[in-house]
Design a protein around this ligand. Sequence first.
Ligand SMILES: Nc1ncnc2c1ncn2[C@@H]1O[C@H](COP(=O)(O)OP(=O)(O)OP(=O)(O)O)[C@@H](O)[C@H]1O
Ligand SMILES: [Mg+2]
Length: 240
Amino acid sequence: MRAPSSDLPIHFDKAAIVAGAVTILGELTLTIAAGAPTVLIGPNGSGKTTLLRAAMGLLPLTRGRLSWGGRESASPTHRAIVFQRPVMLRRSAAGNIAYALAAAGVPRAQHPARIDALLNQVGLGAMAKRPARRLSGGEQQRLALARALARDPAVLFLDEPTASLDPAATKGIEDIVRAVAAHGVKVVMSTHDLGQAKRLAGDIVLLHRGRLIEQGDAQAFFAGPQTEDARKFIAGELLV
Ligand SMILES: Nc1ncnc2c1ncn2[C@@H]1O[C@H](COP(=O)(O)OP(=O)(O)OP(=O)(O)O)[C@@H](O)[C@H]1O
Ligand SMILES: [Mg+2]
């Protein structure tokens, strides 16, 4: 088990991100603590990707504060993000992971064993030599996860990791997420799949139009949402 990360909790305090006249994230106060995955849900354009990128430290706040483990100055180093449409390097699957290992400062002598272990971890053991860009969508998602895990993250951000995957590929990714989380990695992910949110989440963050509608324990959230918007969203009604 990985020791609880000193980069946690991630705390947003009255955080806002504004682009020109558009408020992308309203003032939101939110804590992402150690434990089972935190799952962000909400309609298209509600701010999930923006929140993930801000939490990762890729996007500066316009107003408010963001801290990792109580520190505001430096974002944590042991973190990784998988974007919704990961871009594969024009190399083999193994070559993509080698690149990530090198970027993470892992000595070259350790690469072959780590590449093997990471490819096996995501079920791509037999595809090491395949050109990454020729892999199927589901396989590329797995490879993107392996690349992120090459950084040995304490916090792993996943933006809709199973969008456009079929049920078998989705289950494959969910199994990896579960295994990674069971090893103490904090997973923060977005999804449009409420079934997936129920299966994976320790806690839920519901966003709408850049605002936090509700955050809480996943079971309690689905059993008894506190707000009318959350009730509607769970029921599959449109939020306007
Ligand atoms: N740089 C920007 N300038 C202006 N508006 C932006 C910018 N970046 C994002 N937005 C807007 O902010 C809103 C939130 O975008 P975001 O990608 O975070 O939503 P999302 O919840 O991830 O949506 P989806 O479910 O479609 O992935 C959207 O309306 C988007 O168009
Ligand atoms: Mg998004």
